[in-house]
Every structure is written in structure tokens, then in C-alpha cells.
Design a protein around this ligand. Structure first.
Ligand code: F0G
Length: 464
């Protein structure tokens, strides 16, 4: 390639490159995934984090206001006048001592990065602003995704806010929470409900996009991941540019863990950090392909040649047994993660662990996160549930500094939250019990009182 920014196959033995404007998102030579690649010798690479601090004083410029684009010099693929921002990335890293106590961390060592504060209520906006910018650069008129709900909400809001493209979203029928479905409908996306799950929808959206020439924004799109790198930049910024010991993140399609690893290995390459954090990726037990492959079958990146025999055998087993992903954490109800190879690469370069957590563990962690003054949807709570496990195992020490990413807003799936806290056994059973959740150990039940002043006063005096 002669351009300073291009796309490159992630497998070093292939290394095929293609133009920045290519929208196939699949290596033309070996079928692998592409990275967005930068020739830093020909680009004005930032030499110090001070460079980004200088942007804080310039918040009237929407690009410097955006928590994604103020770091644009670390993913300089778009001319500034083509960037599409809706104010994403105003998210916070906060010390979470109450949650830290629950998981066994020392005070001051657990931080939660609440990505639910994005415009569409999840971390997806970090990547969508980047993919949407690229879509606009290549002149797309329609953009599509398959989704468990958050990617679709995010695509839909960018289309609605800019009126530049039509959003076409594919969802598994009955597979997304109402909070997320309501967003796609309200933002005016063409919503295609497929009789199947996310894995089916993703397969179909790829076929349809190819056939109709629609721009694809699923995380197979490497520009999405460029934007998602900014979650890590914000964590570093909040930690005064000190690298935490661990990043803990839930895993579905494995875009985050892929993007986070890339963020850190690029910062190291640029000499901006001198060590890598370790990554802990947490699967839901009902959708645990990465856990099975990485921890149980020992599949590794292996210099870009992961053991395809083992991976294919596992996928065949899923097919033969018709084993479908099944978890209450519907955002990560995915059995065929498209970013598997990139995730393996991140795990190798950063060093990492993969764990699986049950729906019970997820919901209990979620209640503790809420009670700690945060809040998130079930999938996000997998990170804290996984941290609890890793601290108990002694893998993560209470003395280490840990940042857990809370990926989605507490209001995304209020049905699950209400069912957990309900005093009505039928409501609990209908949503949670029949999926294997046995108890709500940290439930905060509403108090039933007659419509009578003295009874109400009595109840308050008794409970508060
Ligand atoms: N947490 C939430 C709230 C999500 O919505 C997702 C993915 C993940 C975690 C997993 O992230 O794919 O990067 O490993 N949601 C996608 C969607 C699949 O369609 O909204 P990942």
C-alpha cells in the first residue's frame, strides 16, 4: 500500500492490504478479518498524552467535545470535515468501593467505566460514530447490522440524528429486550425480525449486504473497533495515564476485547505506555464459545495461525447438537463470535483469562452494581460477576487496580431488573426462574401497603 492509512489482513502470514475505502471487510486473499492499519512514519503520531489534555480547553469544537474523536490522532482515518459525531463518549471512570467490597477488592482499587451514558445508552456509540463516518466517506446511503439490540439502537440513532442514511437492522425474533427494540422503532430504523437468533441474523445480514451493496456496521467492520479503542483511552485519561493492572469486559461478538487489545498494543508501539494491562473476558455460561475454545481447548492466536481444526470442530459440535446460545444476558447471547481471531490476538499480546458466569451470578452482580450507585444491563454485569470469580480464584489480587467496563445502561432491560426485585413469585418465575435463576439474594422488594396514611407511615418507619 502507498497510502498512510489502509486495511490489512490480521494474519501476518497473509498480510494482504486493501484500500481505506474497501467495504468488503473480509480479506480478499484468505477470508480473514482486516485491521485498520497506520503507517506512523508518515502520520503525525502523538508523542505524549499531553496532546489530548490540550483538547479539553477546546470543547466548543464538537470533535474535541466527543470522548471518541478527541483521540482521533490515534485513529486518523477520516478527514475532520467528514467526521460524524453526536456527542458520544461522555462517559466516566468511577471508583466503586461498595462494589469492590462485594468482590473482595481493597478500597480504591476497583473502577467502573459506565458506557451506558452514551447517547443511545451503550458502548456501541463509540464504534458507531467511527463506522458511520467511514460509511459516509464511501458514500453509503443505507447501513445495516444484525444485533442483540444495542448495535441496532446505536445505528438507528446515528441515522436519525444525521438523516444521512437509512438504517436496516436485523434482529432475532423475541431475542432483544423491549428497551432496545423500542429505540430502533422510535429512531425510525427499518427493523427486520428474523425467525432465529443473533447468529442466524448475522449470517443473513452479511449475505443481504453483499447482494444489495448495503454498508455493514457489525463489528466485523474494523472501523467500528477503531472508535471502540477510545474506551481504553478514557480509562487511561481518568487514571492520569497510568495503565491499570486489569481490564475486565463481557464478551459477545468479541469486538470490545479485540479493540481494547489493539488500543494498548498501538500505544505501546507509539511509546505512549510502557506496559500492557491484562484482559479478563467474561462470557455468559449459556453463550461460552470463547471460554470453551480458549480455556478448555487451549486455542491460542499462535502467531496468526490459531488451531482451525479445533475451532471448526467446536462449531460443528454446536451445529450437530443444535446448541443455541441461551442466556438472560441477551446482549451477549452469541455462540459464533465473528471477532474470535482478533480476540485471541488481544489475549496473547496482553495476557488474559476467560471465565464464564451463570445468569444467577450475573443478576446478583447486577444488583450489587445498582446498589453501589451505578447500574447496568445484565450483560454488562458479567464483568463484575467474572471479577468476583477471578478474585476468589486468586488470579486477580485485591491489591491490583482493575477497571470493569459496564457496557450498557440499566434501563436497557428493565424487565430483567424488575423480575429480580419482584415480590411476586409468578413474575420471578416467568422471566428468571424458568431460565434457571433460583434466588434473588440481593433483591430490594417493593413494600405493599394499603392506601392509608398511618399504614404508609408505619411501613416507612419499619423499613427505612
Ligand atoms: N455488552 C453489551 C451491553 C452488548 O450489547 C454487547 C454486544 C456486549 C456487551 C458484547 O460486546 O460483542 O464487543 O463482545 N452487543 C451486540 C449488539 C452484539 O448487537 O448489540 P462484544
Amino acid at each position: 500500500m502507498t497510502d498512510a492509512v489502509f486495511q490489512r489482513c490480521i494474519h501476518p502470514h497473509c498480510g494482504h492490504t486493501t484500500d481505506l475505502h474497501d467495504t468488503t471487510f473480509q480479506c480478499a486473499k484468505c477470508g480473514g478479518l482486516y485491521d485498520v492499519a497506520y503507517d506512523w512514519n508518515r502520520l503525525p503520531a502523538p508523542t505524549s498524552f499531553k496532546h489530548f489534555e490540550a483538547k479539553w480547553a477546546n470543547r466548543t469544537d464538537p470533535l474535541d467535545f466527543s470522548g471518541v474523536w478527541r483521540f482521533r490522532d490515534l485513529f486518523p482515518f477520516a478527514p475532520p470535515d467528514r467526521i460524524m459525531t453526536i456527542g458520544e463518549g461522555q462517559t466516566l471512570l468511577q471508583k466503586a468501593d461498595q462494589v469492590g467490597k462485594h468482590v473482595g477488592m481493597k478500597p480504591g482499587n476497583l473502577f467502573l467505566q459506565y458506557e451506558g451514558m452514551n447517547p443511545s445508552g451503550s458502548f456501541k456509540d463509540n464504534g458507531m460514530t467511527a463506522a458511520f463516518t467511514h460509511a459516509q466517506m464511501v458514500g453509503a446511503r443505507r447501513a445495516a447490522c444484525a444485533s442483540t439490540g444495542n448495535t441496532s439502537a446505536s445505528l438507528a440513532i446515528y441515522c436519525a440524528a444525521t438523516n444521512l442514511m437509512r438504517a436496516v437492522i436485523f434482529i432475532g425474533s423475541g431475542k432483544i429486550s423491549y428497551g432496545k427494540l423500542s429505540q430502533a422503532l422510535d429512531y425510525g430504523a427499518l427493523t427486520v425480525q428474523i425467525a432465529g437468533d443473533f447468529d442466524d441474523a448475522l449470517r443473513r445480514v452479511q449475505e443481504v449486504s453483499k447482494q444489495l451493496g448495503i454498508y455493514l456496521v457489525n463489528s466485523i467492520n474494523p472501523f467500528r473497533l477503531e472508535g471502540q479503542k477510545s474506551v481504553m483511552y478514557r480509562i487511561l485519561e481518568a487514571m492520569r495515564w497510568e495503565v491499570p493492572d486489569w481490564i475486565v469486559v463481557p464478551g459477545g461478538n468479541l469486538g470490545n476485547v479485540s479493540a481494547f487489545g489493539k488500543a494498548f498494543f498501538e500505544l505501546k508501539e507509539l511509546g505512549l505506555i510502557d506496559r500492557m494491562p491484562r484482559l479478563a473476558l467474561i462470557n455468559a455460561a449459556g453463550a461460552d464459545t470463547f471460554y470453551q475454545l480458549y480455556e478448555k481447548n487451549g486455542v491460542r492466536w499462535n502467531g496468526g495461525k490459531p488451531d482451525s481444526g479445533k475451532i471448526n470442530a467446536y462449531m460443528k459440535y454446536l451445529d450437530d447438537a443444535d446448541r443455541r446460545a441461551d442466556t438472560l444476558a441477551s446482549a451477549i447471547e452469541i455462540n459464533r463470535p465473528v471477532n474470535l481471531p482478533k480476540a485471541l490476538r488481544s489475549m496473547e499480546r496482553c495476557g488474559g483469562y476467560v471465565r464464564e458466569v451463570t445468569d444467577q451470578e450475573i443478576l446478583d452482580a447486577k444488583a450489587k452494581i445498582g446498589a453501589g450507585g451505578f447500574g447496568c444491563e445484565p450483560a454488562s454485569a458479567a464483568s463484575v460477576a467474572g471479577l468476583l470469580k477471578l478474585v476468589k480464584e486468586g488470579v486477580i489480587s485485591p491489591d491490583e487496580r482493575v477497571a470493569c467496563v459496564l457496557t450498557g445502561h440499566v434501563l436497557k432491560d428493565s424487565d430483567a431488573t424488575v423480575a429480580y426485585h419482584t415480590a411476586d413469585p409468578a413474575t420471578f418465575e416467568a422471566k428468571l426462574g424458568k431460565r434457571g435463576v433460583r434466588r434473588a439474594s440481593y433483591a430490594n422488594r417493593a413494600v405493599q401497603v394499603p392506601n392509608d396514611l398511618s399504614e404508609i407511615v408505619k411501613a416507612i418507619e419499619l423499613f427505612a
